[in-house]
Design a protein around this ligand. Structure first.
Ligand SMILES: [Mg+2]
Length: 225
């Protein structure tokens, strides 16, 4: 196989899908399991978490007068982190990945997080249909995250492309090393204001800022010419 000309690597959370969807899925999983033990309606528990600043703190408080009063924060976190999420790949991600596949452009994913959690998300979204497993780099799998050059260097060693692009959402860690390595860097702007991490570009140094900002993933196609 000849080396690809361009490889586009994507961040996962709040780039290929909205992490808010994982939060909802996780809270529903917690509510379901805790409901059985506590006798409290699952929808009530879910609503309580959704409207609370401290979702799991409020949940445990509500459970204190039920048969599930021995529930611990560790157990709740375990359910949340390791549940099999119900997620749908947004249509703009599907369209972009279809287009890139049709054009023969190599794709990859570099994401920070726990191995099981991130792989559960990837499989639930069907991203493994588009990106081969050896081009999906999860920080816990390799023992290094995007605050280091390691995941980016590992990808270049695996893919051997001529040029690279990284598409992400978080200026604190998504663009610094790709910028230093001469990659194209693209930030998907949080137009809905629902991301987990803020995108304050003034709060970071010039090396941390993306070279390009887009409002929709599909805009990437326009950057290919
Ligand atoms: Mg992200």
């Amino acid at each position: 196989m000849t080396a690809p000309g361009l490889c586009i690597a994507f961040d996962l959370d709040d780039t290929l899908y909205k992490e808010r969807a994982f939060v909802v899925s996780g809270r529903r999983a917690v509510a379901r399991e805790v409901s059985v033990r506590s006798g409290v309606d699952a929808d009530e528990l879910f609503s309580l978490m959704e409207r609370s600043e401290n979702a799991f703190g409020s949940l445990l408080e509500r459970l204190s007068s039920t048969p599930a009063s021995d529930m611990t924060i560790d157990r709740v976190l375990e359910i949340y982190r390791y549940h099999k999420p119900q997620l749908t790949l947004p249509s703009e991600s599907v369209m972009l990945l279809d287009t890139l596949r049709d054009k023969g452009i190599a794709t990859a994913i570099i994401t920070d997080g726990r191995s099981e959690t991130q792989w559960n998300k990837i499989r639930a979204l069907g991203l493994d249909i588009y990106v081969s497993d050896d081009r999906i780099i999860v920080s816990e799998d390799i023992g290094a995250d995007k605050h280091t050059p390691v995941p980016f260097e590992l990808l270049t060693a695996r893919v051997g492309a001529v040029r690279y692009m990284y598409v992400g959402d978080n200026p604190v860690k998504d663009f610094h090393y790709p910028n230093l390595m001469g990659w194209q860097t693209v930030m998907l702007v949080d137009t809905e204001g629902v991301n987990i991490h803020n995108q304050d570009l003034e709060a970071v140094g010039a090396d941390f800022r993306p070279k390009i900002e887009i409002n929709n993933l599909k805009d990437i196609v326009c950057l290919l010419h």
